[in-house]
Design a binder for this molecule. Structure first.
Ligand code: ADP
Ligand code: MG
Length: 256
């Protein structure tokens, strides 16, 4: 069964249609990249997958492990195994990275079972130490206040650590827009590469071809005008670097 199946998805923001019939299937163990020019609806797709209330699905389906997730609240989607890395993470002064992760784990456990006593401190420390070691993170990072004064790279590091702790089955990383320096790119890529495996499906959204020098996707898709207009292997990303998106405009218009 496919992990994530998006069928003919139409999404509007304030009555303006942004996604216009997008279809995409991601299986476990696969890394997919969506690339495309600015304003084409890439972030809209990410937010819609997570269930952001501003995005209205007017047509189509999103199935996760065969279940229609459009009826699920964002926290239920997260518990089902979908992870979205936010493009603009919020700072929480006074809450350390470790505390944040521990409450995330505990709220998930309590949602599954209201009488759950939560993860013990010892158990949590052990798990966190392992994950941070795997991601080559400095242990002191866990004691810092979440995103408070974090550099772009550190925000990404926190995000990847959150992903490692929550162990999603599908991770959606929206890496578009500004502020993604080489350091941050490298952190995200190394994190994704370290966590990827037969049980994780990954969707990386980017307009930086550069990211794909670090993450090796199995499939590359080009999104234009609210739909996927071209799909291929990793070579498609190289092709885009050389030729840009213009050669696909006609195709995008034809489909419209
Ligand atoms: P991308 O991530 O590909 O750059 P977005 O999904 O952010 O594109 O945006 C797609 C389109 O939706 C753009 O035309 C943008 O102006 C519009 N849009 C995005 N968010 C909103 C919003 N909250 N209200 C109205 N229009 C929006
Ligand atoms: Mg975007």
């Amino acid at each position: 069964m496919s992990q994530l199946e998006i069928k003919n998805l139409h999404v509007s923001i304030e009555d303006k249609e942004i996604l216009k019939g997008l279809s995409l299937t991601i299986n476990q163990g696969e890394i997919h990249a969506i690339m495309g020019p600015n304003g084409t609806g890439k972030s809209t797709l990410a937010y819609t997958l997570m269930g952001h209330p501003n995005y209205t699905v007017t047509q189509g389906e999103i199935l996760f492990k065969g279940q229609n997730i459009l009826e699920l609240e964002p926290d239920e989607r997260s518990r089902a195994g979908i992870f979205l890395a936010f493009q603009y993470p919020v700072a929480i002064p006074g809450v350390t990275v470790a505390n944040f992760l521990r409450s995330a784990i505990n709220s998930r456990r309590r949602a599954e079972n209201p009488t759950d006593k939560g993860i013990t401190i010892a158990e949590f420390r052990k798990m966190l130490t392992e994950k941070m070691k795997m991601l080559k993170m400095d242990p002191s990072f866990a004691g810092r206040y979440l995103n408070d004064g974090f550099s772009g790279g550190e925000k990404k590091r926190a995000e990847i650590l959150q992903m490692a702790t929550l162990k999603p089955e599908i991770a959606i990383l929206d890496e578009t827009d500004s502020g993604l320096d080489i350091d941050a790119l490298r952190i995200v890529s190394e994190g994704v590469n370290a966590l990827s495996g037969p049980n994780l499906g990954v969707l990386v959204i980017t307009h930086y071809q550069r990211l794909l020098n670090y993450i090796k996707p199995h499939f590359v898709h080009v999104m234009m005008g609210g739909r996927i207009v071209e799909s291929g292997g990793p070579e498609l990303a190289l092709h885009l670097e050389e030729r840009g998106y213009d050669w696909l405009r006609e195709k995008a218009e034809e489909a419209a």
